[in-house]
Design a protein around this ligand. Structure first.
Ligand SMILES: *[C@@H]1O[C@H](CO)[C@@H](O)[C@H](O)[C@H]1NC(C)=O
Length: 255
């Protein structure tokens, strides 16, 4: 729902797919399969508006027909057709002592989670990260992120262990939400986001923090990941190698 493709961060992987995948012995590669967790509202016009909003700073202006269609979809003025609902595909990630279902987002760089610090009125139905089990507070650090659709979240920062596939980041910046916007509250399947864009756009203040990818990339066989995303089916992410060379949407980033 909050995924965008960042043009600067991603390169279409045609050339990578032509080459044989390289695997270096002793360094890690792993695949993360998405899991289908329930139906969510998906609207083409709303998705288009998010993209226009994202690139507004560099001059993108949405055609009025797109603005109108997105507004109608969001206000419920158009009747909900089956196509407006799709499965939500998330990835299980262990954060501290909890396994959460996170939305991997190549357009943002914050790993933030619903937490025991989130007011219960905002976190009902979500699996919560408990920073008191194993997290180390990063005193004085806060984060606050806004997405193109007006959703957002904010909170405090901990260093904690994050396990994804076979790879463990022992001191990953985990952003524990103390407030989340209504859109996230309502999507109870989604326990947070794992941003995969460049760490330079991480919102932690005063010092931006590394993404999970940047934390672990030196232990990967190659410092890249690919996203193999499908319509109407679970996709996957490969870390450390590029194998997703079928006809589906496939991107590789080489930070
Ligand atoms: C986060 O930023 C938004 C927009 O700038 C602001 O309205 C909101 O109050 C901030 N939240 C926190 C907790 O600082």
């Amino acid at each position: 729902m909050h995924s965008f493709i960042t043009a600067a961060a991603l390169v279409a992987s045609a050339s990578v797919c032509l080459a044989a995948p390289t695997r270096l012995v002793g360094r890690s590669t792993f695949k993360i399969e998405q899991v289908a967790v329930g139906k969510v509202f998906k609207s083409g016009p709303v998705a288009m508006m998010k993209t226009y909003n994202k690139y507004a700073k560099v001059g993108a202006v949405a055609p009025s027909a797109v603005v109108a269609a997105a507004a109608a979809a969001q206000s419920g003025e158009v009747s909900a057709t089956p196509e407006q609902y799709d499965e939500s595909y998330l990835c299980p990630v262990t954060v501290g002592s909890q396994t959460l279902n996170l939305d991997f987002d190549t357009g943002s760089a914050d790993l933030w989670v619903f937490s025991t610090l989130t007011p219960s009125s905002e976190s009902s139905g979500h699996t919560l990260y408990n920073p008191q089990t194993s997290g180390q507070i990063e005193s004085g650090s806060t984060w606050n992120i806004s997405y193109g659709d007006g959703s957002g979240a904010a909170g405090d920062v901990y260093a904690d262990t994050v396990v994804l596939g076979g790879v463990t980041a022992t001191s990953q910046a985990v952003e524990a939400a103390t407030s989340v916007s209504a859109q996230f509250q309502q999507d109870t399947n989604n326990d947070g986001l794992l941003g995969l864009a460049f760490s330079s756009i991480n919102t932690v203040s005063p010092t931006p923090q590394n993404t999970f990818f940047d934390t672990v990339k030196s232990s990967l066989a190659k410092a890249l990941f690919t996203a193999d995303l499908k319509a109407g089916a679970a996709g996957s992410y490969d870390f450390g190698y590029a194998s997703s060379c079928d006809d589906s949407l496939s991107y590789v980033t080489t930070h």
